[in-house]
Design a protein around this ligand. Structure first.
Ligand code: HEM
Length: 366
């Protein structure tokens, strides 16, 4: 695709951008939006409606308003306070894994799920049910290809909505310092509707269950394939911060974003007409040789001034980026300290989703 030029037009009339520079510009362009032009069809379909109506699929002014309400939960001060709790969860999980285990089931899934449950303020006696149903909703991105899967998804979706409703009622009378309390306060003050409360909770659940999970899994597979990089991390656990960036660059958990042009969009190096559907190939941009020398080399000591696009860009830049950077830093540091080695103990199972890049199971020996 890259070889065919900076702006690729597919046979279906859909456009795709692969260049880091063009995608960075386009993500910030005011006429590039997440909703299609009125009257135009949205040709992109995900396997689930769980993100429907949430602010990641809204444009200004609703996006701006809802993002502003949610943003305080991810401020640096909140992240500093979370670090100790994330470390405790990480070590508690690693205390139980033994030397042969499924890295996804025993570590990469439960760590971010516990962290987001904690951040949202899910009560301790509900976390098991929340995690089980949250996983079903998150995994629906791999497709709902049987009636049994659809039924399972619908039950999980209804149950989680019910839990969020109940928590909303409880926090109205007894607020805490969790994200749900922040959102409930906004709803009480009429800055957000009850429906928007629900879609925002669902967005945070999906984001919390679907992304960091894959970053940790992808890192484990990459280290098993590049033992010299693993040795480097073991010798210098401080490289964990860099590992986060290199793993996200090299294997981006969200490899593609979708957008619509509302006017002719002229970029420095190409243009897209008004009314077009455009795919932003983040995974390709993160291997763009124009910005990343030797882009296909996994190198945890890589340095450079250009940030990868794994967290997107512009007004929708990932709100949870500081949280996943923190989780990755803690997780990779702990893995380096505690695992003598990291080797595959079977064939990892790839996720089937086209919108998520990761694994559903990774048997390892450490
Ligand atoms: C948005 C990636 C972790 C919350 C995004 C977007 C990307 C992304 C690419 C932009 C979507 C778009 O423009 O259409 C990732 C990756 C993660 C990660 C790779 C982990 C490695 C998280 C976490 C949370 C989170 C842990 C919080 C629980 C969000 C939210 C948005 C978002 C709320 C919507 C922002 C907006 O529309 O203004 N993420 N994410 N993300 N992410 Fe993340």
């Amino acid at each position: 695709m890259r070889a065919k030029g900076p702006v690729y037009r597919g046979l279906s009339g859909m456009y795709a951008l692969t260049s880091h520079s063009l995608i960075s510009q386009a993500l910030k362009h005011p006429q590039v939006k997440v909703q299609p032009l009125p009257g135009k069809r949205d040709p992109f379909t995900l396997g689930t409606n769980a993100l429907e109506g949430s602010f990641v699929v809204l444009d200004a002014p609703d996006h701006t308003r809802l993002r502003r309400i949610t943003a305080p939960a991810f401020r640096p001060k909140m992240m500093r306070e979370l670090r100790g709790r994330i470390e405790a969860t990480t070590h508690r999980l690693l205390d139980h894994v033994g030397t042969e285990f499924d890295l996804m089931a025993d570590f990469a899934n439960p760590l971010p799920i516990t962290v987001i449950s904690d951040l949202l303020g899910i009560p301790a006696n509900e976390t098991g049910r929340f995690a089980r149903y949250g996983m079903i909703i998150a995994e629906a991105f791999d497709g709902l290809n049987s009636p049994a899967k659809v039924r399972e998804y619908n039950t999980a979706y209804a149950d989680i909505r019910q839990l969020f409703s109940r928590l909303m009622a409880e926090r109205r009378v007894d607020p805490g310092d969790d994200v749900i309390s922040i959102l409930v306060a906004a709803e009480t003050e009429d800055r957000m509707t009850a429906d928007e409360f629900m879609t925002t909770c669902m967005l945070l659940l999906i984001a919390g269950f679907e992304t960091t999970v894959n970053m940790i899994g992808n890192a484990a597979v990459l280290f098993s394939e590049h033992p010299e990089q693993w040795e480097l991390l073991k010798a210098q656990p401080d490289l964990a911060t860099n590992v986060v960036e290199e793993v996200l660059r090299y294997e981006s958990p969200v490899p593609v974003l979708m957008r619509f042009t509302h006017d002719l969009v002229q970029l420095d190096g190409g243009e897209v007409p008004a009314g077009a559907s455009v795919l932003f190939m983040l995974g390709a941009a993160n291997r763009d040789p124009a910005v990343f020398p030797e882009p296909h080399r996994f190198d945890i000591t890589r340095s450079g001034s250009v940030e990868h696009l794994a967290f997107g860009g512009g007004v929708h830049y990932c709100l949870g980026a500081p949280l996943s950077r923190l989780e990755g830093d803690v997780a990779f540091r702990a893995m380096a300290e505690r695992f003598a080695t990291i080797k595959l103990n079977g064939v990892p199972a790839r996720r089937l989703s086209s919108s998520i890049r990761g694994f559903s199971a990774i048997p390892v020996r450490v």
